[in-house]
Structures are given as structure tokens and as C-alpha cells.
Design a protein. Structure first.
Length: 436
């Protein structure tokens, strides 16, 4: 994590994309800042300071997931969002919770590889250029000839010319075997071609491509050769262990309501399996062992049918910071439509701009959209800000369909059009259940 934002700066950054929910923003800002503070301490004390995991409580569509997603982006930290309901207790058919960490490691490796690739891409481009020249003029060609072709290559004069290059043969013909008892066995299939390639030198195969396409393929191949795989894995695991963020959605769905008689074994089992993961354990993965002690867990749930007190007491204790998120109001909807950097109005205006249509909304139209979204949420099912997407799609359905034929037009949406397109449908509660 290479960010040292203050809590106030973090909240300010989140405000650019998310409306309201100040308590939740403050909680995650403090958690992120505490991570930075921990990194500044002596190693002896650093290991003792564990992250204070967060439980977000609030209805659907109010910004729980978006806050966590934006936070991870801000921190440039490995981030994974999972639904708690997707996992089963160890011993049952399905995915066990340790898979979360294995998936997080793969995400971190992809991000680290991308970051380190930027450091070697300049060298890879030069090596790729030499290989393209070999294909064009042969390895035995004189220096003057190579330089003439190099100039033409760099000017793009040879882009359409077809050449034959030798590229690594990824195989794929040989079967893969799942190794019993191997850490991360559900996801790690050992490819015999890969092992043989590393032992005896990778096999290559000829491929005919245009110069432009071959250049891209060879840059990728040279980058792979220049990258130190061990360094990538080491950095990725360190990033996961110190900066990883796991967002556990729908945690309320694996709680058992107190009035129910008899234990729901699988649900309670998932909670029990989560305990060591959140408390701190070592998870074996095919890339190596990963400690979860300093991974930040953010759990969230609507808790409509259950309450946080219905969770296992041990799990409650491991989520010490509780944050309540408020249901969104009509005024919030108006702000969501207009204020964020990538507000819905800006998104739809930009999409129509591709078809050379100038799409405009009057202030009354925006207010009417917000009114209708709030009205439908209260009458049918409260899905928060997601209702705005539904209303906007219905409102702009005809324009989107005919946009390609109306280039150059300026279309202004007013309150009357909103009422005509969506208003009547919203009043018919039975119909809006299915359409909105």
C-alpha cells in the first residue's frame, strides 16, 4: 500500500463517488489510516497490532459494497468481494472459506505482475524488435540492412507485411491432474507441459502473423521472460498479508434467527469456519502459505430477518466496529443523479454522445426521476439507488433504441416525459413489481 491519505482526505475522496453514509466512510477511513500508522512502527510492535474489522449494517443499494470497492482502489490494495452464502462448511459439497484467500492471492499476483511488467516493458520492446527483424531479414543479415529495416519498422511501413515467428507453445494437449491433498487443490491443476518446459526449455512453434500483431505477441513473451516469477509471488503474498481487504457480503444470510428451533448446521458451520480466517490463521495456497492476521475484513448485511446478535458470539467479537447505513431518501437520489464524478446523468449523456446526440435533463426531470424511484421503493421493494438504474433505463428505452438514426439531434428530457414514460407504470403496483 503506497498511500498515506489522512482520514479526512479519504472521506473527501469517497465523497466524489458516494453520496451520504458519513459514518461508514469515517469508519473505513480510520481503518485505512491505521494500516498506514502500523507500517510506520517497529517490527516488534507492528505484529501485535491487528486490524479492527468492520460490520456494515444497512439495506440493499445504499453504498456498502461501493464504499469497500472505492477504498481498495484508493489504497491500491488487493481486494475481493464475496457473498457469504456461496460457501459451505468444510466437509460439505461446495467451496470452503479458505478459497477466499486463494482467490485474493491470484488477484494480487495479477495486479503485481501488471505493475512489475511496466518496469520491463521498455527492454521487452527492444528484444521484440530484434526478433521481428530476424524474421524479416534473417539473423545473418548485415548491420546496414538491419538498420534500414529497423527505420521502416519504427515508422510503421512494414506493419501489414506477414512474417513467421517462433512463439512459445503453451501446449494444452496434455491432460492436467488434480493432486489430492495439495494446498488449494480445488483451483490448482498442475500442467505437465509447464513442468517439462521449465526443466528442458520451453517448446516453440511457428506462427504466421502481420508485423504489427507479431510485435505485440513478442512483447508479451519477452515481458514474461524478463519477469521474475518468484519476485511477483513474494510481493503479491506480502501485499495480501499486509494490505488485503476482504468484503464479505450477505453475512446476515448465514446467521440463524434466534427463534428458530434446531441448528442450521451448514450456516453455523460457515460462521465457525470464518472465525480462524478473521482472527488470523495460515492458509495454504498453491503459491505458498498466507497469513490472514493483518487482512482487513469488512462484513455487510441488511439484517432484515435477523440481527447482528444472532451471529455466533465469537464472530461478533471479531467484527468490533459496527456501522449503520441509512436508507436513501428522495433528496439523496437527486444528489446521486447529479453530484458524483460518474453520476448516472453523466453516464447516460456520455453514452448518447457516442451517437452524436446531445442529451439534456431539466432540473424538474431529475426531481421527477428521484420522486418516482423513492415512490416505487416504498411501494414495491426498497432496493436503494439501484432503482434509479431501472427508472433511467425505462425512461431512455426509446431514445437508446433509435439513437443511431438520430445523430446530430439535441434531446431534452423534461418532467412531463418522465411522467409519461415511467409515471403510469409506477402507479400500477402489480405491474411495477415485474417491470420496475
Amino acid at each position: 500500500m503506497n498511500t498515506s491519505f489522512t482520514p479526512r482526505e479519504i472521506v473527501s475522496e469517497l465523497d466524489r463517488y458516494i453520496i451520504g453514509q458519513d459514518d461508514a466512510k469515517r469508519a473505513v477511513a480510520i481503518a485505512l489510516r491505521n494500516r498506514w500508522r502500523r507500517q510506520q512502527l517497529d517490527e516488534s510492535l507492528r505484529d501485535e497490532i491487528l486490524p479492527k474489522n468492520i460490520l456494515m449494517i444497512g439495506p440493499t443499494g445504499v453504498g456498502k459494497t461501493e464504499i469497500a470497492r472505492r477504498l481498495a482502489k484508493l489504497a491500491q490494495a488487493p481486494f475481493i468481494k464475496v457473498e457469504a452464502t456461496k460457501f459451505t462448511e468444510v466437509g460439505y459439497v461446495g467451496r470452503d472459506v479458505e478459497q477466499i484467500i486463494r482467490d485474493l492471492v491470484e488477484i494480487a499476483i495479477h495486479a503485481t505482475s501488471k505493475k512489475l511488467r511496466k518496469q520491463v516493458v521498455a527492454k521487452a520492446e527492444l528484444l521484440a524488435e530484434e526478433r521481428v527483424l530476424d524474421a524479416l531479414v534473417g539473423e545473418e543479415a548485415g548491420r546496414d540492412t538491419r538498420e534500414k529495416f529497423r527505420v521502416k519498422l519504427r515508422q510503421g511501413e512494414l506493419d501489414d507485411k506477414e512474417v513467421e515467428i517462433q512463439v512459445a507453445d503453451s501446449g494444452g494437449g496434455m491432460p492436467s491432474f488434480e493432486v489430492p491433498g495439495m494446498p488449494g487443490a480445488q483451483m490448482s491443476m498442475i500442467n505437465l507441459n509447464e513442468i517439462m518446459g521449465k526443466a528442458f526449455g520451453a517448446q516453440t512453434k511457428p506462427k504466421r502473423l502481420s508485423v504489427a500483431d507479431s510485435y505485440e505477441v513478442l512483447i508479451e513473451e519477452e515481458c514474461d521472460k524478463l519477469l521474475d516469477e518468484d519476485k511477483v509471488v513474494k510481493e503479491a503474498i506480502e501485499a495480501v498479508e499486509n494490505n488485503g481487504i476482504v468484503f464479505l457480503d450477505e453475512i446476515d444470510k448465514i446467521t440463524v434467527r434466534s427463534e428458530r428451533i434446531g441448528a442450521d448446521v451448514s450456516r453455523e458451520g460457515v460462521q465457525r469456519d470464518l472465525l480462524p480466517l478473521i482472527e488470523g490463521t495460515t492458509v495454504p495456497t498453491k503459491r505458498g502459505a498466507v497469513k490472514t492476521d493483518h487482512i482487513l475484513f469488512i462484513a455487510s448485511g441488511a439484517f432484515h430477518l435477523s440481527k447482528p446478535a444472532d451471529m455466533l458470539p465469537e464472530l461478533q467479537g471479531r467484527l468490533p466496529i459496527r456501522v449503520g447505513l441509512k436508507a436513501l431518501t428522495r433528496d439523496d437520489f437527486v444528489r446521486i443523479l447529479t453530484e458524483p464524478e460518474a453520476s448516472l446523468i453523466k453516464q447516460y449523456t456520455a453514452l448518447m454522445g457516442v451517437e452524436e446526440i446531445a442529451l439534456e435533463f431539466t432540473g424538474e426531470a431529475i426531481s421527477e426521476v428521484a420522486d418516482l424511484a423513492a415512490e416505487i421503493n416504498s411501494g414495491v421493494e426498497n432496493i436503494g439507488a439501484r432503482r434509479l438504474h431501472t427508472v433511467m433505463e425505462k425512461l431512455l428505452e426509446d431514445i437508446s433504441f433509435t439513437a443511431s438514426e438520430r445523430g446530430g439531434e439535441t434531446i431534452t428530457i423534461d418532467a412531463q416525459q418522465v411522467r409519461e414514460k415511467v409515471g403510469e407504470l409506477a402507479k400500477d403496483a402489480d405491474l411495477s413489481k415485474f417491470i420496475l
